[in-house]
Every structure is written in structure tokens, then in C-alpha cells.
Design a protein around this ligand. Sequence first.
Ligand code: SF4
Length: 648
Amino acid sequence: MNAAMGKICFVNCSTQEIREEILEPSFYESYLSGVGLGVAILRREKIAQVDPFSKDNMLGFVSGLLTGSGSVVTGRWMAVCKSPITGGWGDANCGGTLSLGIKQCGYDGIFFTGEFEKPSIFVCDETGPRIEDASLYWGLDAIESEEKLIEVFSTKKRCVVATIGQAGENGSLIATISNDRGRMAARSGVGFVMGQKKLKAVVLRGNEKVQVADRKKMGELSGEYSKKVRKLSLPHVVKGSMLPMFGKIMSKSKKAHVMDGILSAPIMKKYGTNFANTALMFAGDNPVKNWGGSARDISKEYMKQANPDRLLRKEVKKYHCSSCVIGCGAIIKTERLQESHKPEYETINSFGALLLNHDIDLIDDLNDLCNRAGIDTIAAGSTIAFAMECYQNQLMEESFWEGIECTWGNTEAITVLLNKMIRKEGIGNIFGDGVGVATRHIPNSQKFAMIAGNVEPGMHDPRFDPQLGVHFSADPTPGRHTIGSSQYYNYMRLWEQVSWAPKVKSGTPLSNEYQVSEENALKSMASTCIKSVVDGSGGCLFAMIMGLDHWPLFQWLNAATGWEKTADEYMIIGHRIALARQQFNVEAGIQPKSFLMNPRLYGAPAQSEGPNRGKSYDLNGMVEKHFEALGCSIDGIPLESTLNTLNL
Ligand code: SF4
């Protein structure tokens, strides 16, 4: 079989039975692999109907269809399950090297159900798959576990490991799964489900190769893209200190600017995602003070400390996920940290601006702490921001706070509360499962809960880019910042390949983005479909937004599989995957409209100062139109006719 391995593995943790299943080539033509494989299998196994907190929940590790095929920036994997946070579909996307590791073991996905009696690890090497005891590793943090497992299970060939830390072991709903010493599958509570199964780690060391239909073509396409990315570099005259100016110019602009997305390559290669911590602050993209503040609350010291040139000085090497030619990650060394992943934009914003914490160096330590414990930095930072607003408004008696002075920017409070959350100790029991659970313990706190469907959104402000809010509120995994936005849409220029994707011209009034319109609904639908294709292929969002004319996803898919599909046909597959996720939620008894985010996030009421002052929009109307474009009722229930057309 081309591109896919054509085989999946099921592990029943309760009985320790391991079995394999061959999938027909037609399966991949319907669902690709990755998230498509995950949702098809979990729906077939009727996981939507099980209690997500029970052993009947299923956890899958799925690789991308293009991983290992000779394409580039297509090495990402996903964890899938029924989310214990939303009670519906759960997935979490991750980089690192695990996606290739899964395929080298001969599988496209490995699915776990049941629950081990005692902590265990799943190992797959040249002798095949087996279960081993994990008592030597249980209790270790994610990075220590990975290092020890690599030592024990590597031969000449190094194994790859996915593991949980203490947060997953302690049953935190915001626990993550880690690979490559701190690349995180962070969302949907996937680490909780792994911990609940007492599955400490998955250890993979295989040698199988991925077959492709046209290796020469794969090489040509990859060579061309890699050459473009390698050639582009940021001119020396551009300094990190100039980036805030970019945001200031954006905040004044009243018109859309359709930039060639490939121009983001040099800045991503040099700074990684950190460029956005200062570049977009004055544009209004970075949430501040639990989404209630603005750039006006941010000190000069914050901007100085977050200057990406300053962060660059801590780097000892760049980090690339498997098959990536961009390399937006980095490993840093500081006085206190020997070697640690550089905090991403999301982490710096959620532990920085969101809390009015202006000590950016502290975030290196918080990031390392979260990576070791295996806890979601977006959710953890957002929960502390929620706690700070509850404290400010005196919603609880002083004794509740266990001596923590939970004031804005208090670095000691941030550190102590985070540690308690990880250990689930004292008030850590209240805050350690994220904002949604904490609201149940704190009366009248809902208005400070910046969540969509119980999930803390990524650090991009929908008042700056309303399409983000549509995806935060309408995606089956709410709060997800990687599905689509107007900026992503403009940069990837999908309209050059997909016949029905609306074209945006530079100079289009930005006010159009705030309208309830058929065109905006088609744009959000197109983003949903293409992101499903990307996630089925193992692709990275950052390559996608560099433009699909540069990053030839559809051409790679054809060359790898031997199919001859058009871009429009791939978008139908994306539509199928997207609606399978939506239908999973309906089968789980979820009303899709119940995920609408907190009104503060769509400007109700509008802010009176800062770059987003006066901005608000009809989120409900935009979400209804988006659902209709996808072939659902205005409440988000897929129509019978749509399900039939898509063979769902
Ligand atoms: S661009 Fe960054 S996140 Fe994406 S695959 Fe490359 S290193 Fe990983």
C-alpha cells in the first residue's frame, strides 16, 4: 500500500490482548490517516457513547498519511480520545518524531482501550508489540521517563517515546502527552486519559519503510519547497525591537493585506513563534489580563524582556520536528536550566501578558516545569488568570487562598499555584483541572471563565480576528486556535486551487471580517476542511499558512498514494473528516451550540481602550452561518442529506 502502512493496532489494557487489523485502501481514500483515521475508528467503536472517565474510553496515537513518504513538514501526529473536558470529540496535535515512529512499527495508528491493573508501558520493536511493567518509571516526570526509556529500549537505533508526567498520573484534566523531551499533545485531556489507563509510556523502535507511488515526484516537490524556505532569511537590518511597530501599523490599518505566506518563513526560522509576543501586541492579537486588559496594561519592561532577539540569546540549537525544514523550535540553556525547549508564543502569553507577569525569564522555568509534569501551558496559565480575577473580585474568603496573594503579576503566586495544580494539593485540587472545573467550586465566577465549551482558548484574540472566534466556538474541539482565522486564510491563498474558496483581495475593508455573511461562512468552512486534510496528512499549520501553492500538499498526496484527486476532491475528504468529528459530538449528546465562548471574547461588552476598543460582533450569527455552510442545521447538527452525501 502506498503512503499508509495499511494496518492498525489495538491494545486492550484490561486483558493485555494485542491485535492487528488491516485496513482497505478505500478507507484511506475516504479518511486519509491521522485525525481522519482516529475519528473513523472511534466512531466505529461507538466511543462517543461511553463515559470518558471510564476504562471504556479509547486513546489513539495516529500518524499522518504523508509522514515518512518523502514530503516535508509532514511529521506531526495526533492523540485522539473522547475528551473528559468537553464530553465530546477529543484530539491533540503534536510535533516531534513519534509520527514516524508509529509508521516504522508498521502501523498508522495504535489504539488503547480498557485499563491496566498496574502502571505499564507499551513497547513495539523488531520482536513486535508487547506490554511491560512501568513501576520503575511511574512517578518520574515526563522528561526523566523518556530519557530512562530511551536508555533501556534503544539499540543502535534510538527508540521514540510518548509519555505522561505527574499531571497525567495525578488525574489532571489538563494533562498532556509528551514526546521529544517536551513537544506536547496538550489539548482535550489526552494526558488524563493515558494516566487513567495507567499507561505510562508508548515506546517505539521499528524499521519499516513507507512505500510511495512516485518517489521521484515526491523528491522534486520537496526539493523545490525546501529550497524556497532555505533561501529566505530575514535581512540583518530587521531587529526584534522593531517588531512592535508592525503591530502598531496593523492596528491603524482598516484594510486587509493579502501577503504571500512564504514571507513568514524567515521570521519563523529565526525567532520561531516568539516573534508574535511583541509583534502582535499592539495589533490586539495577544490577550492581556484574563482577556480583560489590553496592550495599554503592558509595561515597556515586558516588551524589552520579550524582545525575540533577547530570547534568541538563550538558544543553544534550533529544534525541527521530524521532516521539517522550517525548524521553528529551539533548545535553550539558562542559569537554571541545562537544556529545555524554548517557550512558544502561546506559553509566554499565557504565563506573561495574560497574568500581567512581566518577568519573561521566569516563564522559561514555568515552561520546563509544565513540560516535565506534562500539563497544558495554555490551560494552566489561563486558569491562573481566572484565579487572579476571582481573587481581585474577592469571590472567596481569604482562607480559601491558603496564603497565596493571587494578585496580577505576582510571580510567587503564579509559581506556588502552578505547583499546587500539578500536585493536586490543597487549592490545586480546585484549579488543577482547568477553568471549567474551578467555576463549579467558586460561586459567581462564570463571568470570569474565559472558556469555550469548558476549554481555555489559544492566545489569539477574536476581537482582532473574528474568524478565530467562530472556530473557538464551533469546532468540535472548542477553543482551538489552529483551525482557522482570517489571517491564516489570506496567507494560504486556498482560492488559487479550490474552486469554491472565496478570493480575498488586498484592500478589502477589514470591517467585512466582522459581518455575518455567506462569504465569511465559506471562508471558515474552507479553513475547517483544509485543516482536516492537513491533520490527516501529518502536516504542520505553519507550513500550511505559508501558502498551498508553495507547500504542495495536494500534489504530494497524489504522488505518495498514486491517486489523481483534485484540490476540490481533497476538500470533500476534509469536509468528511470535519463532520465526522462534529457527528461524534452529536452522538455523545452534545449540543454543538453549547460551545459558544465567553462574551468578553467577542466584545460583549466592547473594550473602551486598547487596539480592540469598540470591536464586537454577532458571534451567534456567524457560527450559525458557518454551520449551515458545513451542511448542518443552524444549531450545528449535521443534516441527514449531508451525512449521506459524505457517506457518514
Ligand atoms: S514548523 Fe515548527 S511546529 Fe511545524 S513541524 Fe516545523 S518545527 Fe514543528
